[in-house]
Ligand binder design. Sequence first.
Ligand code: NAD
Length: 372
Amino acid sequence: MKSLFVTMEKDPRETRVALIPSGAQKLSAAGWEVNVESGAGVKSGFSDADYQAAGAKIVGREAVKEADFVVAVRKPDISEVPNFKKGSFHLSLLDPFNEKALIKAFADCGVSAASFEMIPRSTIAQKMDVLSSQSNLAGYCAVIKAVGIINRIAPMMMTPAGTISPLKFFVIGVGVAGLQAIATAKRLGARVEAFDTRPVVEEQVKSLGAKFVKIDLGDTGQTAQGYAKALTPEQLELQRKGMAKVCAQSDVVITTAKLFGRKAPRLLNADMVAGMKPGSVIVDMAVEGGGNVEGSIPDQVAITPNGVSIIGDTCLEASVPATASQMFSSNVCNFIEHFMRDGNFVVDREDPIMKSALVAANGEILDDRFKM
Ligand code: NAD
């Protein structure tokens, strides 16, 4: 396999590109013919000339028909799949739980498709884990966005004009994004509290200098992949009761709680939001998956009658596209490098990473969960 095609993202909200010029240079040096759709890098700060200088060719969208390997940030439109070369390989964020028709189209067209979401959470796969690299940035951006619209400063200041108390943050869900949100808020001088249903997180929260909020929910735990298990309705009610007071006392609440492949849990109901101070800010990082917060709206800042702003940004990392694309590109290169055998990219189905990430191959859908 030798020719790689980097597509321009079609979603108007998307600012990232899957491969940046330094990645193109690396793959060219490894023997790939790198073709980049004209304009693909512009929104993240990389011109066609930058790619050309890195050894890539600038091409039109029709070049997808000739490519052995197509890489993108987001899934392609289903209508485009028949244009892909039979026997080619596609890699992007395919959202396979919600895109069963698309996965079927890949199988029907004889295209092998791998989903970034399905890359396993193992130490060896960490360097190609797009969910982690992008969540990390999203956690940072959540804090920056909240601080950008709140009417107060983050750090404590002792001045002749009086003492200013620090902002109080409450981070709910302390995975990759939550940990970065805590670290960023601490760097800005805020006071931070956090909660997660996975008890293992308490030590990590404390190590960042934040306070772990204790709420006894009984048996919670995590899956073998490190994801949180879904709570029962009774446990969720207990959790909301335990968190209501902390939310009411916080200036900024950031919710990051997702349940892989399922709808996000509802953590803040309208009463809890109504109990918060006017001027306070909520960032619902799970808004795309159904929302942790009642009243959050995808890609809008909703303002409640009591003056609480709810930020519902569905792709926070897209607001730092140069950094986000740099990390994405590095994940892509690491994935490709992992499967190079004697100078060729090999779809090694015995490899645990490929086994997990590959969702369609040889005309088949490989996971029953993605069958229509
Ligand atoms: P995620 O995006 O699925 O969820 C975010 C957080 O929300 C998680 O910490 C989860 O426990 C929490 N959550 C779920 N329901 C909740 C509820 N009702 N209330 C409060 N919190 C709730 O998770 P993530 O950020 O992708 O990572 C989860 C874990 O996996 C972390 O420990 C992370 O370090 C680990 N991880 C490992 C690897 C690897 O080894 N390659 C890669 C990525 C993540």
